[in-house]
Design a protein around this ligand. Structure first.
Ligand code: 2AL
Length: 174
């Protein structure tokens, strides 16, 4: 779809298409629709990022809490969103060795216990080894640092999801 078509979408269609750009947070797409028309894919990406950045800290933590654990229960039970499943499979998280799986489970719990929200990282920009290493390192950080880091990862995830939905090349002259 090109950006011109995006700009013609009703809010219902926009929500159906972009509702999971931020994992399980369709309210963000519903809000971003109000910023139409978008000059380009970059402008659409910026509208999502700016909405997230403007939220109070509790709202940012809420977004993080909507994310499933990596290699967690939802992956095992088949209850991940389509987008999250593709991302987790792409990083090899559906095929962990048993030692990797137990480290991931232990560190995910440790992280949640410490910060009150789950560890979030853009799985499409990392492989399983890198994810495990970063999970271990980020468990040592301060809460404010981790909240900001997690939100930057949410924005990366959203940017890649948007790039899968809207073509790059078309610039719409407004
Ligand atoms: C996720 C997810 O669902 N997709 C992704 O890239 N990262 N979750 C997470 N906890 O980091």
């Amino acid at each position: 779809m090109d950006i011109g078509t995006v700009n013609t979408l009703s809010y219902e269609d926009f929500g159906n298409i972009f509702g999971n750009v931020v994992e399980k947070c369709p309210i963000i797409a519903a809000a971003v629709w109000s910023s139409r028309p978008f000059a380009s894919l970059s402008a659409l990406e910026a509208a999502f990022s700016e909405f997230i950045d403007a939220l109070p800290e509790s709202g940012k933590e809420g977004i993080l809490r909507c994310h499933p654990d990596l290699a967690g229960r939802d992956l095992q039970r088949g209850t991940l969103t389509k987008e999250s499943l593709e991302e987790q499979e792409g990083a090899g998280l559906d095929a962990l060795e048993s030692a990797e799986a137990s480290s991931m489970a232990r560190l995910n719990e440790q992280y949640k216990e410490r910060f009150g929200f789950p560890f979030v990282i853009c799985a499409r920009m990392n492989d399983k080894k890198n994810i495990l290493r970063q999970l271990s390192e980020r468990c040592q950080h301060e809460g404010t640092v981790e909240r900001a880091h997690g939100i930057e990862e949410v924005k990366k995830i959203g940017r890649l999801r948007l790039q899968g939905l809207v073509c790059h090349d078309t610039q719409n002259k407004l």
